[in-house]
Design a protein around this ligand. Structure first.
Ligand SMILES: Nc1ncnc2c1ncn2[C@@H]1O[C@H](COP(=O)(O)OP(=O)(O)O)[C@@H](O)[C@H]1O
Ligand SMILES: N[C@@H](CCC(=O)OP(=O)(O)O)C(=O)O
Length: 369
């Protein structure tokens, strides 16, 4: 069996686990998962949950005798979301935090930064973020559509190194085992090729939405960005003991490069910069020698028109030092440059955090020549 290590994981719990009978949320399969979450956090690891179950939980309260319309499912989700959250909270003595997202939120730069900041802050405060699709506002083109892909986007925005998809099946099989009894489990996938997509079928139960296909899509997105992805059987409690021992009791989709390398390459080569921030010698030394975040106090000059979430170059005395994602726009930075972080609120009337560019979103560049 392969082994693996991780520091920050997104764990996705599908409807098949949290609502096995499709009509209400249940704790039947959740205890070993909750114990794994507790033990991992005690070991200093960070976890973000992506949980389905709101539609099933709502269905128990507004039963309909026909195939539910989209609006009816949205109403079920709105009613059931609170039960889904409560179903998780009873396992933990730290706060669970509800995070509802749509595809639009994840593709809008400013909202993306806000989501990132919120998740970071929740983790800093030892809360457990529980993400689900915001079904009230999301229909078709606004929807991510399935929680497997939502979990992949969450792993990207949260800077996770691992995605664990818990389903009702042991992992990826050579064919849908419900239809092909001879199908065999694939323990490890080195590269996600069209052949891998070809063996992935649809959902196995009436409550599951994407089946194996959306799990492969999620693994594809993540592994390209250096996030290893696992599919495991969340109905089997021993899976979580094995995970705790660093084993992989399912299918591992290997990261195509290290998480840090993928992020550095993305920051350095893919992101287009929209402006420049000139810093003083003190800020230069903090960035280059201490690996610190950029604070407003070290900023001397701001050029260009950029918004929160845009990439910027960081310069000192005409030398480009680094590239990173600005958490404030150019207009705001011109107001707070040189100020102490504690003054941001007084100057702007709000505070999006003390960092202008967080060290996780910053890559140092080699001097030219
Ligand atoms: N190649 C495959 N290997 C494993 N499972 C598959 C495969 N193709 C289709 N499936 C189906 O995918 C189902 C899991 O997806 P889904 O029902 O959407 O669950 P979840 O609610 O956990 O997202 C399995 O129960 C299985 O029937
Ligand atoms: N937002 C929906 C999630 C639906 C969904 O993607 O379910 P699944 O295929 O089981 O992960 C809910 O909470 O019911």
């Amino acid at each position: 069996m392969s082994t693996f290590s991780w520091q920050r994981a997104v764990i996705k719990i599908g409807s098949a686990l949290i609502a096995p009978d499709g009509r209400q949320c249940s704790g039947r399969y959740l205890l070993p998962i909750a114990q794994f979450i507790n033990a991992s956090r005690e070991a200093g690891k960070e976890i973000i949950l992506v949980s389905s179950g709101s539609v099933a939980a709502g269905r128990a309260k507004i039963p309909v005798n026909h195939v539910a319309s989209i609006a009816e499912k949205q109403a079920m989700a709105a009613i059931g979301q609170i039960d889904m959250m409560a179903n998780w909270q009873r396992f933990f003595d730290f706060p669970c935090a509800q995070v509802l997202l749509t595809s639009d939120d994840l593709h809008d730069r400013t909202r993306y930064v806000n989501i990132k900041n919120t998740i970071r802050e929740l983790l800093n405060h030892q809360a457990l973020p529980i993400v689900n699709e915001n079904d009230t506002v999301a229909v078709k083109e606004l929807k991510v559509g399935d929680n497997d892909n939502l979990a992949a986007y969450t792993a990207l925005v949260a800077g996770a190194d691992t995605l664990i998809i818990c389903s009702d099946i042991d992992g990826l099989y050579s064919a849908d085992p419900r239809k092909n009894p001879d199908a065999t489990l694939i323990p490890e996938v080195e590269h996600i090729t069209p052949d891998i997509y070809a063996i992935a079928g649809g959902a196995g139960t009436s409550v599951g939405t994407g089946g194996m296909r959306t799990k492969i899509e999620a693994a594809d997105k993540c592994t390209r960005s250096g996030i290893q992805t696992l599919i495991v059987n969340g109905r089997n409690g021993s899976v979580f003991d094995a995970l705790q021992e660093g084993q992989i009791p399912g299918t591992l989709f290997k990261a195509q490069q290290s998480h840090t390398t993928a992020r550095r390459l993305w920051l350095e080569h893919t992101l287009k910069t929209r402006g420049k921030i000139n810093v003083d010698d003190g800020a230069k030394s903090a960035l280059v020698n201490k690996g610190a975040s950029l604070l407003p106090s070290g900023i001397v000059e701001v050029s260009g028109h950029f918004k929160p979430g845009d990439a910027v170059e960081i310069e000192c005395n005409g030398q480009t030092l680094a590239k990173g994602i600005a958490l404030y726009g150019a207009k705001e930075l011109r107001q707070i440059k040189g100020a102490k972080s504690s003054q941001i609120n007084n100057i702007l009337g709000y505070d999006s955090g003390e960092e202008v560019v967080h060290r996780d979103d910053l890559v140092l560049l080699k001097p030219a020549g």
